[in-house]
Design a protein around this ligand. Structure first.
Ligand SMILES: Nc1ncnc2c1ncn2[C@@H]1O[C@H](COP(=O)(O)OP(=O)(O)OP(=O)(O)O)[C@@H](O)[C@H]1O
Ligand SMILES: [Mg+2]
Length: 348
């Protein structure tokens, strides 16, 4: 006669394919009953969306069905509770991003320099280079990712977790989706941390190669909270060419460096204007800001993005440049920045 112990023993041979530990050790097997050789059990998944669940069910049926005296194996699927998930990933306080490989935040000391434009297009460029990418709009002052990507509505909630909205193959979550329409919030410290924690901890990102974060401008509370919450965060720093922008960017570089969140390099935006009828580059906003910062800090200048009519035209059309003009020179620059971001991640 077989008993529950026999069933549990053979299930120690079945691994959760991603976590590489056995199902029993992970606490994923529950409610084992055996009646007249018929085995019934529940497989508790980290999420019901788990793409590998069928593989696990097949293996369970194979090993349990192989026990002498077993005539059938019935596997029910269930989702773990948020608490169970937290127990499973104790080292990572942010249950929602435990399967995110790299987190890259787009920051700047200043507002209006093109952070959101760059976050959106770099995310799309990383995806184009074959990665699975999420985009988190954490700009508490003016969440504009939904407008730039043409997504609206509220995210669905499943098993107590927020499900990101998908567009152009990106998984997208914005602090704007969590606010009521027209709701203005005066952000105070605890409110910001609460909202940020929810954005990081309660979103079911799933497996991602990159999570790109559009940070709020400046070096205030919201940026500090986000950096504190994500120990592995790396930073792409956006600047513009003119001298006045540099002081703010320097301050931001100092902040992230002090917090040990590596700045991978600078991106100079609105660098020049390339006239369609000549090869001349007009440096409308002055020149050399990115270069100067790079020399001062020893951090690389990853790319210079021109003033591009296509960017301003597509800014609020819901179709960003990487989608509307994927073969343009500016798209090539974004792809190059994405490639350097991949490389920089390995040695920082
Ligand atoms: N290289 C560019 N060429 C033309 N227009 C641009 C470029 N970069 C950004 N813009 C435009 O400038 C405006 C501000 O850009 P964006 O919203 O990306 O800046 P931001 O730094 O995210 O601003 P905020 O601080 O308000 O969040 C947008 O209308 C955008 O379309
Ligand atoms: Mg923005």
């Amino acid at each position: 006669m077989i008993d529950e112990q026999n069933v549990m023993n053979v299930l120690k041979n079945v691994q959760e394919p991603e976590l590489k530990k056995d199902l029993v050790e992970l606490g994923m097997i529950k409610n084992v009953t055996i009646t007249d050789g018929k085995v019934k059990l529940t497989l508790a998944l980290t999420t019901l969306r788990c793409p590998l669940k069928n593989q696990m069910v097949d293996e369970i049926k194979q090993v349990v069905g192989g026990l002498p005296g077993v005539s059938s194996v019935d596997v029910q699927l269930a989702a773990m509770s948020a608490d169970e998930r937290k127990k499973l990933f104790p080292k990572h306080p942010l249950v929602g991003i435990e399967k995110v490989n790299r987190t890259v935040a787009v920051a700047s000391g200043k507002g209006g320099v093109g952070k959101t434009t760059i976050a959106v297009n770099v995310a799309l460029a990383l995806q184009k280079r074959g990665h699975k990418v999420g985009l988190l709009d954490a700009d508490v002052y003016g969440p504009s990712v939904p407008l730039m990507l043409g997504v609206s509505g509220k995210p669905e909630v499943e098993e107590g977790m927020l499900i990101p909205v998908e567009k152009f193959g990106l998984k997208i979550m914005s602090i704007g989706m969590l606010l009521k329409e027209g709701q203005a919030i005066i952000w105070r410290g605890p409110l910001v941390s609460g909202a940020i924690r929810q954005l990081l901890g309660d979103v079911m990102w799933g497996m991602l190669d990159y999570l790109v974060i559009d940070l709020p401008p400046g070096t205030g509370d919201p940026s500090i909270t986000i950096a504190q919450e994500i120990p592995e965060m790396q930073v792409l720093m956006v600047t513009t060419p003119q001298e006045v922008a540099l002081a703010d960017v320097r301050r931001a570089v100092e902040l992230f460096t002090k917090m040990k969140r590596p700045v991978l390099g600078f991106i100079e935006n609105m660098s020049y204007f390339q006239c369609a009828h000549s090869t001349e580059r007009l440096e409308i906003f002055g020149r050399g800001g990115g270069q100067k910062l790079s020399q001062e800090t020893g951090l690389p200048l990853l790319g210079a993005i021109p003033i591009d009519m296509e960017i301003s035209r597509t800014g609020d059309s819901g179709v960003p440049l990487m989608i509307s003009s994927p073969d343009s020179e500016t798209a090539r620059i974004f792809l190059d920045i994405a490639m350097q971001t991949e490389e920089k991640g390995c040695d920082s």
